[in-house]
Structures are given as C-alpha cells and as structure tokens.
Design a protein around this ligand. Structure first.
Ligand code: UDP
Length: 237
C-alpha cells in the first residue's frame, strides 16, 4: 500500500520508550527510530512529539511536595531529554537530517520553536522533533502534539498507544463487551469524553480540524503500517 499521508505528526508517550528499570529501553528507542527512518526515506514528512512520562509527570508533584507548576516544568524538561535521546538514536543509526525544536529555550542543544522554519525543514526531508510540550504548565504533550500538528499543517496526528488498537466505547480492560470504534468525529471525541486525549487537546484538534489516527504502536512495524493505512485503527475526522 502507498503512503496515505504526505506529512504527519507522530505522538509517542514517554512510557513507550521505557525499560523495566531504566528510563529508556535501547531496543524500543531503536525500533521507533528504525521505523521513522524508513518512512522518512520513503518520502513521508515526519514531525514527532514524545511525552515525558518515562521520566517525570507533573502529577507526581505531591510526592516531593512541590507545586504543580515546578513539577510541570520538570515534565517539560523530561520531554527535552527524550527528544535528545531520540535525535541521538536517529543519528547513531546513520540518519542525520533531524532537527529538534523546543518550546522551552535551551539554546545549547535545541532550537527555539518556529513553525515556519519547522515546515521548511519538513519540506527538506528532515525529521523534526518538537520538545518541551506547549511550553506552559497545566498542559500535556497531547495538547502540544495537537498544536504542532495544526501549525505544521500535518495531514494527520498519528496517536500511538501502547497495547490498545484504537478507541472503544468503554474501557476494554474493564468491560469485555467494549465496542471498538473505527471512525469518529471530533465532536464525538469532545462530547463523549472518550479516553483518547485530554479535553483541551480534543477541543483543539476539533477547532484545528486535525485528523487523528489512534493506533497501537506495539506490533512489528506498526508505525510503518499505520502510515500506509495497513493497520486497524480509529480514525477521527
Ligand atoms: N507538561 C506540561 N506542559 C506541556 C506538556 C507537558 O506541563 O505542554 C508536563 C506535565 O507535567 C506532564 C509532563 O510534562 O505530566 C510529561 O508530559 P506527558 O504526561 O504529556 O507525557 P506522556 O504521558 O505522553 O509520556
């Protein structure tokens, strides 16, 4: 099957890169990188947002008796670590056309986010990593992914899940009769409060008319397959 998109924003959670004990599993990082390289070489323009949950999440604030704001900035820094880990992995595998933009300024290792530059880089065949989430506390990387997806005018946000093939009408782990939904509208997503992304991200994707494809990244070549429309998934349009 041919590529079904020209430009995508791939959202991966930090958890997807996590090892049993360590914050990273080398094989998981390498597997995502291998698939992204393959797609980029086929001509797909790939932007990526990686969460930070393998390292730190703002909601852990209470464990250190921190204010949520400090904890959220720590979470955003975690996403920058993940972006650098992914960039380094791509380069180690021989793919050097990669650019890391960050919403939080860390000049030594990232470039300040600029949507026009990012679009140009994508046109030039660079894999573009968007780190730092939205750059604001009280948001998530899902929201960051929607904003970046809209701003780079992606054909779709490929929303990778770990072990769930898409969206169900109820929690499939709790309800064996949960019904799989292969297509939805943005309004369904917002109104039915389906557990795909937080409500801010859902509303934004609707306002920006960003198509979302929710798919299971756990499976051989599933990122490659979804880019070719060759995997069961939920399409939100
Ligand atoms: N975060 C934030 N603003 C953003 C994006 C992320 O404050 O725009 C913080 C927030 O604390 C969040 C953490 O960074 O818990 C890690 O991001 P997220 O939980 O979205 O990562 P994922 O679950 O996708 O790994």
């Amino acid at each position: 099957m041919a590529l079904q998109f020209k430009r995508v924003l791939l959202k991966i959670s930090g958890e997807a890169l996590k090892g049993n004990e360590d914050i990273y599993d080398k094989d998981k990082l390498g597997d995502v990188a291998r698939q992204v390289i393959k797609l980029a070489e086929e001509g797909l323009q790939v932007g990526i947002v990686i969460g930070g949950g393998n390292i730190w999440r703002g909601k852990l604030a209470g464990t250190l008796e921190l204010h949520r704001i400090e904890a959220d900035y720590m979470g955003m820094l975690a996403t920058i670590m993940n972006a650098l880990a992914f960039e380094a992995t791509l380069k180690k595998m021989g793919f050097s056309k990669v650019k890391v933009y960050s919403s939080l300024e860390i000049k030594t290792v990232t470039t300040a986010y600029n949507y026009r530059d990012a679009r140009e880089k994508l046109d030039e065949g660079y894999v573009v990593i968007f780190a730092g989430g939205t750059g604001y506390s009280y948001f998530t990387t899902d929201t960051g992914a929607c904003i970046r997806g809209i701003e780079i005018q992606a054909d779709a946000l490929l929303m990778a899940k770990n072990g769930t093939k898409g969206v169900y009408d109820s929690d499939p782990n709790a309800n064996p009769n949960a019904k799989f939904l292969d297509s939805l509208t943005h309004s369904d997503l917002v109104v039915q409060n389906l557990q795909v992304m937080d409500s801010t991200a859902a509303t934004l994707s609707r306002d920006g008319n960003l198509e979302i494809v929710v798919f299971d990244m756990n499976g051989k070549d599933n990122i490659i397959k979804i880019a070719h429309g060759d995997l069961e998934a939920t399409y939100i349009k």
